[in-house]
Design a protein around this ligand. Structure first.
Ligand SMILES: NC(=O)c1ccc[n+]([C@@H]2O[C@H](COP(=O)([O-])OP(=O)(O)OC[C@H]3O[C@@H](n4cnc5c(N)ncnc54)[C@H](O)[C@@H]3O)[C@@H](O)[C@H]2O)c1
Length: 104
């Protein structure tokens, strides 16, 4: 039995590269998951790939930078699973900026 067996974990940025790999790993280890992303459509194939029963996974569209939306997915997680034991706070974007010439 894994230490994640029946643990309820929230993963943000779940539709992205790192989020979906982590979701698969935790699902394989028996966790129940709330998958959060700005882009709900992109979460749907992730949910499908996990092959979890409906009572083991919840997909929520939210912007993690908005406090009321964070509260909403926490509330939805507690409502569905009755508990919440871990967060993988992964949502975000890399800060891409133009290279600057610092030679002068
Ligand atoms: N991939 C890397 O090499 C690398 C390196 C260092 C840090 N990181 C960080 O790790 C995290 C995940 O990286 P990744 O490669 O999976 O990125 P990704 O772009 O593949 O996925 C990020 C996901 O986060 C979602 N997202 C962005 N802003 C959001 C918001 N405000 N609310 C909810 N969801 C939001 C996007 O819709 C996307 O699905 C990012 O924060 C990234 O900055 C990645």
């Amino acid at each position: 039995m894994s230490s994640f067996d029946n643990k309820v974990i929230v993963i943000t940025g779940a539709a992205g590269g790192i989020g979906r790999v982590k979701a698969k790993k935790l699902a394989d280890e028996g966790a129940k998951l709330t998958l959060v992303d700005l882009n709900l459509e992109a979460v749907e194939p992730v949910v499908k790939d996990l092959g979890l029963e409906h009572d083991r996974v919840l997909a929520v569209q939210a912007d993690v930078s908005k406090e009321n939306q964070v509260k909403a997915y926490v509330d939805k997680t507690l409502e569905k699973f009755g508990k919440m034991e871990g967060f993988f706070n992964n949502a975000g974007v890399e800060g891409i900026t133009a290279l600057k010439d610092s030679s002068s």
